[in-house]
Design a protein around this ligand. Structure first.
Ligand SMILES: *Cc1c(COP(=O)(O)O)cnc(C)c1O
Length: 217
């Protein structure tokens, strides 16, 4: 199936209320253009340099989402244009994003990445760190960032009961923070292999790559 057909069939399985991020990492510009021509306006990338090159070449009405791990020294290269940074996983990174956003006269929207996978190699805050951060007065005072919600990745496994359990945990943490501290509106969870479960468990934003663009090398 073509990229356009893949996109259409995925959109048919996603409720209107769930935002689709087309994850185009490693894929060439013509592939992104095909998705764009099919109406896709939100693209996700996991490397700052690659995203910046694509931003320069693609139409300017695209929202670029950084979904990967971000090194602090790279924030300055995307501060001018990035729409949403999904993978914020440390207070120091948040501080740097605020600083670079200020220099660009912008407010940058961020999601806090939560470590939900039972395997322990993934990035992200644990529950205690997260609750401390959202209550921290220093961070509340940052004017050039807006923390809009949470992002998480489930364990890479065929055990769908485990994946569901991990998404459920993230959803309940999200609901708790939303009720008590902030006006969260985004829960980013779900990829090609698990987005249907993620949506059943309350995802508002799915990040789908290979089911749209084909497998990556
Ligand atoms: C690559 C990636 C995705 C998309 O993965 P697919 O399995 O190709 O849909 C989603 N989220 C993150 C953080 C990624 O790095």
């Amino acid at each position: 199936m073509s990229i356009a057909e893949n996109l259409k069939s995925i959109r048919n399985t996603i409720p209107q209320s769930v935002t689709l991020v087309a994850v185009s990492k490693t894929k060439p510009i013509p592939d992104l253009q095909e998705a764009y021509n099919e109406g896709q306006r939100i693209f996700g990338e996991n490397k700052v340099q690659e995203m910046t090159e694509k931003w320069e070449q693609m139409p300017k009405d695209i929202e670029w989402h950084m979904i990967g791990h971000v090194q602090r020294n790279k924030v300055k290269y995307m501060a001018e244009y990035v729409s949403l940074i999904h993978g914020v996983d440390s207070p120091r990174l948040l501080k740097e994003i605020n600083k670079q956003a200020e220099k660009s006269n912008r407010t940058i929207s961020c999601l806090l990445q939560v470590h939900i996978a039972e395997e322990d190699s993934k990035f992200g805050f644990d529950e205690k760190e997260l609750l401390e951060l959202v209550e921290n007065q220093e961070f509340k005072a940052f004017k050039n960032i807006k923390i809009k919600g949470l992002m998480g990745m489930a364990t890479f496994t065929d055990d769908m009961a485990q994946v569901r359990r991990e998404f459920k945990n993230l959803k309940s943490l999200y609901a708790r923070i939303k009720d008590n501290y902030t006006d969260f509106s985004i829960l980013s969870m779900g990829m090609s292999g698990d987005y249907q479960i993620a949506i059943e468990e309350g995802s508002t934003m799915v990040r789908i790559g290979s089911s749209i663009f084909g497998s990556r090398n």
